[in-house]
Structures are given as C-alpha cells and as structure tokens.
Design a protein around this ligand. Structure first.
Ligand code: CMC
Length: 434
C-alpha cells in the first residue's frame, strides 16, 4: 500500500503549556485515513490511551481490507464473496502469501508443494502422548505447533525471504495434520497419515474420519463446504490473533512459536472460540420458545453473558462471511438430508435479535461464527474441534501477516505504553515494621 501523500495534518494544542504540533494524515488505497503520531511524545510529551486499540493502526498492510460499515472484506483486493464462489482454499492461500492469483502452472506447483510438506516429523507423535486424552484440541495445538520450533530453529534465518517462505509452506501444510492428530488422540484412535493425492480439505476429513479398519469416503459436498469455510476464515486483517502473531514476531521470535501464540489468542470466546460457544449456547436454549429469555439475558447490563456469534469490532452493518456461511449451512444440511432442530433455534434467535432495539442501536449482527458450527457438526466434528478448524483456515493469514511484518523496514518491536495508576514511589519497609 502506498501513502497517497496528502498534505492534510491535524494540529494539537496543549491547553496547559500552549505547545502545538502538527501530525500528518496518511491515506491508504482504501479505508479510513490514519494520523501518524510517532512523534507525539517527542513533540507534546504525552502518549495516547486506547485500550483494546479501538482507534489505533499498528502497521501498514497490503494483505486484507475490511470496510465494516459497508460489510466489505477483500483479500489482496478480491471480494470474499467472489473468492468463496469461484476460487478454492489453495488458490486463496497462494493469493494471500504471494499477493496475486496464480497461473495454472503456479497453482499446480503450489498444491504439489503444500501436499508434500504435510507430514510431521515422526518424533512429533511422541508429543501427543504427554497430553491427557480429554485435553482440549486447542490446548494440544498450542503445544504441538509451538513444539515445531524445536525442529526448525537453527536452520531458520527469518531475515532470509526464502527461509520465511519455507516456514509458511510448512505451517499451512502441517496444520491440518496436527489438528487431525489432536482429534484422533482425544478419541483414542490411531493417527491417520496424510494422503498427497487428496485436496486440502478432503485430506483433512480423511485424516479425521478414516481408521485402519475402514476407509472414509469423503463426500464432495462436505469437502467443498469445508474448503469454503477455510476460505472464509483465511485472513481478517489486524484481528486479535494476527496482532498477537505480529507482536510475538516483532521480537524476532521463531515463527512456529509466533503461530502458537496466535492459536492461543484465537482460542478465546470473544474471538475464534465463539464458534464452539454458539453451539453450546443454542443447546442450552434448546427450543425456539426459550430464545426470547436468552436475548433478554444478553441485554441485561448486570449480566456478563453475551450472545455468541453476534457483534464484531469492525463490522457494523453485516459480516459478509456470515452471509455466505448461513447459505452454505442451509445448503449442506438440505443436501445431506440432515434436520438439525438447533438450526431453527438459531434462525429464531437471529430474527428476534435483529428486530430488537438493543441490537439495532449497537449495530450487532450475526458474525461468521454464528452458522459455521452447523456445517461442522453435520460433518461429524465434535464442538470442541470447531476452533481448531478455524485455526487451520487462519494459518495462512497469520503466516502472511508475519512475513509482511518481518519484511517491513518500518516495523519495530511492538511495545505499547501505559497510563500508570499504581502507587507513587515509596520506600521499602522491613517486614517486622509493617
Ligand atoms: N451480545 C450482547 N451484547 C453485545 C454483544 C453480544 N454478542 N456484543 C457486543 N455487545 C454490546 C456490548 O455489551 C456493548 O454494550 P454497551 O454499549 O451497552 O456497553 C456494545 O454492544 C458494544 O460492545 P463492545 O464490547 O464495545 O464491542 P467490541 O468491539 O469490544 O467487541 C466482540 C466485539 C466480537 C468481542 C463482541 O461483540 C462479542 O463479545 N461478541 C460475542 C463473541 C463473538 O461472537 N465473537 C466472534 C467475533 S467474529 C469471529 C472472529 O473474528 O473471531
């Protein structure tokens, strides 16, 4: 992205000292302009206060663009709706990693290379045995993906673009294998090795649902739906997990460890963990007649409960991913002839919430997590695997953001400031005199 170089500035005046300073406004290729405050402390002797970074741009990025008011999501300029309909996840990965859509030859080579990096070092199998069988798959993934750093550390120079690319390929390729192993471990079945001739989503389904006793025949409707889910989750600009990856990466840390930090951030119920919580919430509601009381609970200011799958920091109109996924959920369930009574509860919840003044005023709409769980459940995944599937799709976004960060000469170690509200300096008192 190039700064269009406007001459606009914002001038600030300190009421107390009378000092003034001007700060340049930077324009990207799209979106809200940003004020460059890097010299703020030097000029005015103050920092900014912005918990949750609601108004802070942390970097320049060419990867993904969101217009939250218009409900627009672009990967490298291409609208998510077009990619979900016409492209596939491997092509989207290439697009995010390299910035352009591949030619047929580039696509074929990319698919070949990714599929030939999907096996994990045999030693990794041993990691799993250290976990309890009832461990949450996301806990296992944090540990095992971080553990990859132990296999690829000394040989990796993050300042070498080629080394960085190899790390990106490995992470995108191995994430489904690790997630499938986490699943197999928790259900006490042997690990299933990846198959190179299968598509990315198809291979993941095969690793999850095949056993040595019985081959799992992957239904193309299901593998296509999963491929679309991966595409919809592939990147989302500077969200909490991508920012975590960038923050860890800004110190020069090993990329496998940085992605493990991203997985940890994704796991929280306010972020990727919401897809698991949506289904738990709908199960708790149970029937359509109980929806209204749950909506009431979500509106109660004294109750911390929130409707999972609703609301977004950036989207204040609709989440374009939710539109695609809601249609896909209905289509998949219809095609497979599955009647999920919870889908009726979800539709009713969406209807009531969208007509409610509380949600209208706060511009709270269903997000990507609201309907994705229905498809994953229909595929046979337990609720505890939902966020792990999100992590598979998002890995390409994390590695693309990480690669951009390391290659950006303007990037520095990420190190926010604070407003200190603790005790003023005081003298130590010996224990007997307190
Ligand atoms: N249910 C009820 N009230 C809500 C909800 C909700 N899901 N989301 C926000 N609000 C209210 C919130 O209480 C606040 O009300 P008030 O102004 O009276 O205090 C107002 O709306 C603004 O909320 P906020 O907390 O300032 O918004 P935020 O930008 O900090 O939080 C969010 C965004 C996604 C964390 C939040 O909407 C939420 O917790 N949603 C439920 C969890 C969820 O579905 N997360 C998945 C996000 S999409 C997938 C992803 O990218 O990870």
């Amino acid at each position: 992205m190039t700064d269009k170089g406007s001459n606009r500035t914002i001038t600030m005046k300190d009421d107390e000292s009378g000092k003034t300073a001007s700060f340049p406004i930077m324009n990207g290729t799209a979106g809200v302009p940003v004020m460059d405050i890097r010299s703020l402390y030097k000029e005015m002797g103050v920092f900014t206060y912005d918990p949750g970074y609601t108004a802070t741009g942390s970097c320049k990025s060419e990867v993904t663009f969101i217009d939250g008011d218009e409900g627009i999501l672009l990967y490298r300029g291409y609208p998510i709706e077009q990619l979900a309909e016409k492209s596939d996840y491997m092509e989207v990965c290439y697009l995010l990693m390299f910035g352009e859509l591949p030619t047929k030859a580039q696509y074929d080579k990319f698919v070949y290379d990714i599929s030939h990096h999907n096996m994990v070092h045999d030693q990794i199998n041993n990691f799993f045995r250290g976990f309890r069988r009832d461990a949450h798959p996301m806990a296992v993934m944090c540990g095992v993906v971080g553990g990859l750093a132990a296999f690829y550390h000394d040989s990796l120079d993050i300042n070498d673009p080629r080394h960085r690319m190899v790390a990106q390929y490995r992470l995108v390729a191995k994430m489904p294998t690790i997630a499938a192993m986490a699943y197999k471990y928790t259900i006490g079945q042997p690990f299933v090795y990846p198959r190179n001739h299968m598509g990315y989503a198809e291979n993941f389904l095969h690793m999850c649902f095949s056993t040595p006793c019985e081959e799992y025949k992957v239904d193309p409707v299901i593998s296509k739906a999963l491929d679309t889910i991966f595409t919809l989750h592939a990147d989302h600009e500077q969200n909490a997990s991508a920012s975590t990856v960038r923050l860890a990466g800004s110190t020069g840390a090993n990329p496998y460890a940085c992605i493990s930090a991203g997985i940890a951030a994704l796991w929280g119920p306010s972020h990727g963990g919401a897809n698991e919580q949506v289904l738990n919430m709908l199960e708790e509601i149970g029937t359509k007649d109980k929806v209204a009381s749950m909506v009431q609970k979500a509106k109660d200011p004294d109750d911390p409960f929130r409707l999972f799958g609703f609301g977004h920091r950036v989207y204040k109109n609709f989440d374009p991913r939710a539109t695609v996924i809601s249609k896909a959920a209905h289509d998949v369930l219809n095609t497979l002839g599955i009647h999920d009574p919870l889908l009726e509860v979800a539709v009713e919840l969406e209807r009531i919430a969208l007509e409610d003044e509380y949600f209208i005023k706060r511009r709270l709409y269903p997000n990507v997590d609201f309907y994705s769980g229905f498809i994953l459940k229909a595929m046979g995944f337990p609720v505890s695997m939902f966020t792990a599937l999100f992590a598979i799709g998002r890995t390409v976004g994390w590695v693309s953001q990480w690669n951009e960060l390391i290659g950006d000469p303007e990037q520095k170690i990420n190190r926010p400031r604070q407003l200190y509200t603790g005790s003023a300096a005081r003298d130590y008192v010996n224990i007997g005199q307190r």
